[in-house]
Design a protein around this ligand. Structure first.
Ligand code: RFL
Ligand code: PHB
Length: 391
């Protein structure tokens, strides 16, 4: 079989690219290792930047997002027992939308099915070949049968553990990494959120985050040890720990209930450069990972797809590689700014085992400065709502 673009991975990056290309009349196939139900069962991101919302509108999948998404004009930072609001809307003129990654993925899957575009789920042993020349090839197995796809380009949207980045010859990629000495334990529960806006809490027992998926479904996280296992955290222990890390008002308003999902995620920053190797372009988590503290992972995947879809559309209109040639550098300028912001938010909000008294005093001064200075809160707000896409 022959297509113009072979997309590896049906996460938000791959599905969004597929939709934007489909609308531009470019034909693409998506190969996904897992089943559609498995992809939809992963509870991940919850906060969308305006640029991501605009891109989802452009892809024609914004209807439910606008009907059900919660528009938030601020976030709260909690430390020393007090909450401080960062007025995102007042400081930047922009807001964010709370709408789960699961819902974004479902909307994109539905649109793809309605368009009759092909996605192969449970594609096994996907392998990438000849992308350093003009005619890349992708092979995979499905139900015991070998398949081969010839294409013009391969989009590697298969996440951090995917095959795309791993197929680039060692030595052609430079990687940068920071592993944080803790994880996040997250739970989802069908209870009313504790507050109308997200609360990011710095407490001596560790970080906590109060988020939500809707007016009746809450998502909460606490910083945990990398050695912790889910079995160590029955619901009662989670709720007790969360309460200890929040202010009195939040504790009084917190509604608890049985968890419907519980998971532990390690935190890391990672970037692979460049993001293009011949006719293979990496996008989203396949190229970079950020700790979730800045809510940037899904949004970065979307901004990569913004640049990649434009570069591919330009290629098929102009017959040149001029935009493809700029793809990696354009993405990386924005990626590194989000990597910096996510690292900074993580450093400011968590307890690190080796901080020491001096480090602790610096963290307290930083928090006090951020909420007390308009310049500093504007900088946080500008990054949180999302830096503009470059042209
Ligand atoms: P994904 O979502 O990992 O999708 C990649 C897909 O590729 C498939 N795949 C393969 N397919 C074929 N062949 C292979 N060999 C393959 N190997 C893998 C996988 O099965 C999968 O379906 O990557 P993508 O599309 O780049 O999307 C990235 C986002 O999922 C990720 O950045 C966010 O979830 C990060 N993140 C957050 N981002 C935000 O913007 N805001 C948030 O509030 C936010 N919160 C979070 C998060 C991530 C978290 N975890 C668990 C990592 C909270 C958490 C707890
Ligand atoms: C979430 O709702 O899952 C969420 C929100 C904000 C973050 C990270 C995760 O910074």
């Amino acid at each position: 079989m022959r297509v113009q673009v072979a997309i590896i991975g049906a996460g938000p990056a791959g599905l969004l690219l597929g939709q934007l290309l489909h609308r531009a009349g470019i034909d693409a196939i998506i190969l996904e290792r897992r089943s559609a139900d498995h992809v939809l069962s992963r509870i991940r991101a919850g906060v969308l930047e305006q640029g991501t919302v605009d891109l989802l509108d452009e892809a024609g999948v914004g209807r439910r997002l606008h009907a059900e998404g919660l528009v938030h004009g601020g976030i709260e930072l909690c430390f020393d027992g007090q909450r401080h609001r960062i007025d995102l809307q007042g400081l930047t003129g922009k807001s964010v939308t709370v709408y789960g990654q699961t819902e974004v993925t479902r909307d994109l899957m539905d649109a793809r099915a309605a368009a009759g575009a092909e996605t192969v789920y449970e594609a096994e042993q996907v392998s990438l070949h000849d992308f350093d020349g003009d005619s890349p090839v992708v092979r995979y197995r499905k139900d015991g049968v070998e398949h081969e796809i010839r294409c013009d380009f391969i989009a590697g949207c298969d996440g951090y553990h995917g095959v795309s980045r791993a197929s680039v010859p060692s030595g052609a990629l430079e990687t940068y990494e920071r592993i944080y000495p803790f994880g996040w334990l997250g739970i989802l529960a069908d209870v009313k959120p504790v507050s109308d806006e997200l609360i990011y809490a710095n407490h001596e027992r560790g970080f906590a985050l109060c988020s939500m998926r809707s007016r009746t479904r809450s998502r909460y996280y606490v910083q945990c040890s990398l050695d912790d296992r889910i079995e160590d955290w029955p619901d009662e222990r989670f709720w007790e720990e969360l309460k200890r890390r929040l202010d009195h008002e939040a504790v009084a308003n917190l509604v608890t209930g049985p968890s419907i999902e519980k998971s532990i995620a390690p935190l890391r920053s990672f970037v692979a450069e460049p993001m293009r190797f011949g006719r293979l372009m990496l996008a989203g988590d396949a190229a970079h990972i950020v700790p979730p503290t800045g809510a940037k992972g899904l949004n970065l995947a979307a901004s990569d797809i913004h640049y990649l879809s434009r570069a591919l559309i330009d290629h098929y209109r102009s017959g040149t590689m001029r935009e493809i040639d700029h793809y990696s550098a354009r993405c990386l300028r924005r990626v590194w700014k989000s990597v910096r912001f996510s690292w900074w938010m993580t450093s400011m909000m968590h307890r690190f085992p080796d901080t020491g008294e001096f480090g602790q005093k610096i963290q307290e001064a930083e928090l006090d400065y951020v909420v007390g200075s308009t310049a500093a809160s504007t900088s946080l707000a500008e990054n949180y709502v999302g830096l503009p896409f470059e042209v």
